[in-house]
Write a protein that binds this ligand. Structure first.
Ligand code: FAD
Length: 307
């Protein structure tokens, strides 16, 4: 029952102030968000790459209130891409972006987010990599899919994320499972109402399997985003059944979660990508990680008490 409470707190400005200012927070945050700057995250990318893993980089931030912040977000990604190019890391690192950080929720936000994300997608393509649009809460998705479709006209390799907990997602998966598309399937990390989403864990898992079947049997490139061993095993079986070669799908997990499993899957010959978030505005991302596993919250609270 703690999960929904933590998710509600992830949108609270007061909680943001308290958690962000607590002196013990940073070491706990580090487990999931291993740096605040490009210079701090690059060695992580190099180390993951040396281990045979691929990376998707997320500059943390969301729910901005001013257009200037959206330009800063765009520029942060452009700076990142420039550094990756300098270091020859363009092939193994792609980018994940949240459109809310690019201004999607502001007035005229759909156009603003599109105008901000386009140069990022363009710069990524120029160094041989790509961008995936993360899925945020359900009210943002029509705009996200429209931006995805628009970007794919010029950059067909642009990916997007779909969330198994939403009723709409099976239909989205059918539409997206076409040649050339890149689709990440995840369970879903936001607080959603019963009118639009399954709330029961078993129902979400069943939907996840139905959607993996659509993606694996379709013509696109499925990206299985999960740490759930049962779903990963089913994903492997579905890839085998569909006759997919190792470079025709991939698994993805978050930095700091089940890291030994990242290495095991890569050693088995699967393409394995680690979603690595960095930056200073880590509050929303961090709180979603706590909500996914309330034991993380206990660890966090214990570190505050024992400090
Ligand atoms: P769960 O059943 O939640 O977890 C399975 C097991 O993994 C747990 O038993 C536990 O051992 C471990 N585990 C899972 N989460 C944690 C944690 N936080 N801390 C410690 N252990 C944990 N969601 C979105 O809504 N939009 C997105 O764009 C999005 N992008 C994602 C990208 C990637 C690569 C991944 C892996 C997830 C993404 N998510 C996104 C989050 C996702 O929706 C889930 O909330 C998250 O992956 C947990 O679900 P799970 O499939 O791992 O299964």
């Amino acid at each position: 029952m703690l999960g929904p409470v933590i998710l509600a707190a992830s949108r609270s400005a007061t909680m943001r102030r308290i958690v962000s200012a607590a002196p013990v927070t940073r070491p706990v945050v580090n487990r999931f968000i291993p740096g605040e700057t490009v210079d701090q995250v690059i060695p992580i990318v190099e180390s993951l790459t040396r281990d045979g893993l691929e990376v998707t980089l997320d500059v943390v931030g969301e729910d901005i209130t001013r257009a200037e912040q959206s330009y800063a977000a765009r520029d942060a990604y452009l700076q990142l891409i420039e550094r990756l190019a300098e270091l020859g890391l363009g092939e193994s690192a792609e980018m994940s972006v949240k459109l809310s950080m690019f201004g999607q929720a502001l007035e005229g936000g759909h156009e603003l987010a599109l105008a901000n994300v386009r140069p990022v997608v363009e710069a990524a393509a120029a160094i041989g990599t790509t961008v995936t649009l993360d899925a945020e809460d359900h009210t943002t998705l029509d705009s996200m899919f429209a931006i995805h479709e628009e970007l794919r006209r010029d950059f067909p390799q642009t990916g997007c994320v779909i969330q198994a907990y939403l009723f709409r997602t099976e239909a989205d998966a059918r539409r997206l499972a076409a040649a050339g598309s890149r689709v990440r399937i995840v369970k879903g990390a936001y607080k959603e109402p019963a009118e639009v989403a399954y709330l029961d864990k078993a129902e979400i898992d069943k939907a996840y399997v139905r959607i993996m079947k659509i993606l694996m049997r379709g013509e696109g490139y499925p990206m299985i985003g999960s740490h759930d061993p049962r779903l990963i095993a089913i994903g492997q079986e579905l890839a085998r059944e569909a006759g997919r070669k190792p470079d025709e799908y991939e698994f993805q997990m978050l930095y700091g979660i089940r890291s030994e499993e990242h290495l095991r899957l890569a050693a088995e010959g699967h393409r394995m990508r680690v979603y690595t978030a960095y930056g200073t505005d880590w509050y929303g991302y961090f709180m979603r990680r706590l909500a996914e596993k309330p034991a993380n919250l206990l660890f966090f609270l214990r570190s505050m008490i024992t400090k």
